[in-house]
Design a protein around this ligand. Structure first.
Ligand code: DCP
Ligand code: MG
Length: 365
């Protein structure tokens, strides 16, 4: 009834503009630990907090994933799922060093590199004389040869597709999506695969009967706008058709600063919550100040004892990195939650809507 084949009749121009490679290391922290300690190879290995502590799993080997162990799961639950797992504490200094070694390899192909995390980066290889797929093959082979680690790659006309593609033939695999195949590639993917669609939005979309990208592809834009509003509909329709015009940002400005703490023992009293929030806010403020940055949106994250999580945020009218202000807003936001009555295992404070502190000062001077 709402069918529409006119949204993207031929190939969309943007799909012919860029060639993007997304590189993602395979079970990164666990692979590093197994590389450096051969006795761990082939075993269910978990990198993260101790099983009898309140820590969480950072990552785990594929042998542990078979048991259902996943990133961000409580280590105690991971131990229950996989009693024979070996737990290793993360060594971030080492991962950072290896990440920069990977970066050195990537730089041989282009200066246009956008790191997303320690184990993941986008490359814009549009100007390179080699085929993008060939570059991806060479990069993965070089990482294996020089660093004895395995990586996977996605190749596509934009960041959206390259990122989803790098996951498809994991581990040690490459997936290439040509521009003509963009919409067909997206069609069978669940909407959740699109970066920016989280569990809440996924639920909302499913209440409209939308589960896969193809469900959105066939809708008339006007109908979608009625349900979801203009801005979001335009964005969603583009993404579902494999369109994404974001450039690779080689000198990415950090978009947010945050800090969170999991407590050894749940905290209940509001005084203690407020005390911890002031302490965490001071840390966030200090890292903002060190980078010469300030932000407009202050966010609070609370994970209760039962792992239920809430976030609250407030945007102010100017940029700030003042510790008292960040603390006061966080405390204010906490007052609108169950803090003080329901035990809390984790508190986090974040600041986003970032701008250079100096630019702000100039604005007022
Ligand atoms: N990480 C973490 N906490 C999470 C997710 C990830 O500490 N909730 C860390 C550990 C990972 C690294 O970041 O090794 C990279 O994250 P990925 O999501 O790429 O996970 P892996 O590289 O471990 O596995 P995959 O092979 O699926 O990429
Ligand atoms: Mg990875």
């Amino acid at each position: 009834m709402h069918e529409n084949k006119e949204n993207y009749p031929n190939i969309h121009n943007s799909l012919l503009k860029r060639k993007i490679v997304h590189i993602d290391m395979d079970c990164f922290y666990a692979a590093v630990e197994a590389r450096d300690n051969p006795s761990l190879r082939g075993l269910p290995l978990i990198v993260g907090g101790e099983p009898n502590s309140r820590g969480v799993v950072a990552t785990c080997s594929y042998e542990a994933r078979k048991f259902g162990v996943r990133s961000a799961m409580a280590s105690s639950q991971a131990k229950r799922l996989c009693p024979n797992a070996i737990f290793v504490k993360p060594n971030f200094k080492k991962y950072k060093l290896i990440s920069s070694q990977v970066r050195t390899i990537l730089k041989r192909y282009t200066a246009s590199i956008e790191p997303v995390s320690l184990d993941e980066a986008y490359l814009d290889v549009t100007e390179h004389k080699l085929y993008a797929s060939k570059i991806a093959v060479q990069i993965c082979a070089t990482i294996k040869h020089e660093l004895q680690l395995s990586a996977s790659a996605g190749v596509g006309p934009n960041k959206l597709i390259a990122k989803i593609a790098s996951d498809i033939n994991k581990p040690n695999g490459i997936k290439v999506v040509v521009p003509e195949a963009a919409a067909a590639f997206m069609a069978d993917l669940p909407l959740r695969k699109i970066g920016g669609i989280g569990p809440v939005m996924e639920k909302k979309l499913s209440s409209f009967g939308l589960q896969y990208c193809k469900d959105v592809q066939i809708l008339k834009k006007a109908y979608l706008i009625e349900c979801l509003g203009e801005r979001f509909s335009t964005w969603l329709l583009e993404r579902c058709n494999g369109i994404d015009e974001r450039a690779v940002e080689a000198t990415r400005i950090r978009k947010s600063f945050s800090c969170e703490d999991t407590f050894a023992k749940d905290i209940v009293s509001l005084d203690q919550v407020n005390f911890e929030l002031s302490r965490i806010a001071a840390k966030v403020s200090s890292s903002l100040q060190k980078s010469g940055m300030a932000g407009k949106t202050i966010s609070l994250k609370i994970k209760y004892y039962d792992f239920k999580q809430v976030t609250r945020s407030r945007t102010i009218e100017y940029h700030s990195n003042c510790p008292e202000l960040i603390a006061n807003i966080s405390i204010d936001l906490a007052a609108k939650t169950e803090a003080g009555t329901k035990p809390i295992r984790l508190l986090g404070v974040g600041v986003s809507g970032i701008n250079k502190e100096k630019e702000q000062k100039d604005l007022f001077s």
